[in-house]
Ligand binder design. Structure first.
Ligand code: ZN
Length: 189
């Protein structure tokens, strides 16, 4: 297990449509090694998720984990999830504006995301999962799966909302957390 370098915006791997992992190869040393490195690298960088493209591996693999994350203190916890060949199905027209950051982009920005998803993926043991995701967790899935299609938040964000982390903390954080907290309470009720 290795903490890998994370590609920054401009690295060609971030613009590649990643290839599906044949189910027969999920158990291979190559794929298991990519998964181990993704987990180590995500945790080392305090990320909420990481896609294989971000460490220069163009295979459809993402990892997601949220627990007391200092980068995203408002995010609800998500246990470690390894998703191979994830597929998202948007369940309805409800959307929410989420201010997102990315380990590959030095800016944050407001992105419109679907609120209700069904997610289908294989775990690292090759077992198939079908789960529903909602709200901020659904936003995280959409962000990570965008990476597998070569899409970054700078493609989706309202350009007028792009912001450094420092200026976000100074000027926008409180309003965003208040807005998204109300949203989380509302969707949770
Ligand atoms: Zn990202």
């Amino acid at each position: 297990m290795t903490v890998r370098d994370i590609c920054s915006i401009g690295h060609p791997a971030l613009r590649v449509e990643a290839a599906c992992v044949p189910p027969s190869e999920i158990a291979s040393d190559r794929v298991q090694g990519i998964i181990d490195d993704l987990i180590d690298t995500m945790r080392h960088a305090n990320g909420a998720g990481l896609a294989a493209n971000q460490i220069g591996e163009t295979a459809r693999i993402v990892v997601i984990e949220v627990n007391d994350n200092p980068r995203y203190p408002y995010k609800p916890p998500i246990p470690l999830t390894v998703a191979v060949n994830p597929e998202l199905e948007v369940l309805d027209d409800e959307t929410v504006v989420i201010n997102e950051g990315c380990l590959s982009v030095p800016l944050r920005g407001d992105v419109v995301r679907s609120v209700n998803l069904r997610v289908r993926y294989f775990d690292r043991d090759g077992n198939e999962h079908r789960v529903k995701a909602r709200g901020l967790a659904a936003g995280t899935w959409q962000h990570e799966c965008d990476h597998l299609d070569g899409v970054l938040i700078t493609d989706r964000a309202d350009p007028s909302t792009l912001c450094t982390w420092e200026e976000f903390e100074r000027h926008h954080r409180d309003a965003f957390i208040e807005r998204i907290s109300r949203f989380v309470e509302r969707v949770g009720s």
